[in-house]
Design a protein around this ligand. Sequence first.
Ligand SMILES: [Zn+2]
Length: 47
Amino acid sequence: MPGTDPYEPTGPYYECISCCERTTASDHNGFCSSCGGRVRNLAVARE
Ligand SMILES: [Zn+2]
């Protein structure tokens, strides 16, 4: 359903596995900018 999803990330989406901080930034080098924990890619998580 193109054009009907208001939640459409414009790029790689990541979530910190420690504090759940979310970011679309690509310069975090795989780590949370808030707590320094690891982040995971949410690009494959679709609902
Ligand atoms: Zn974090």
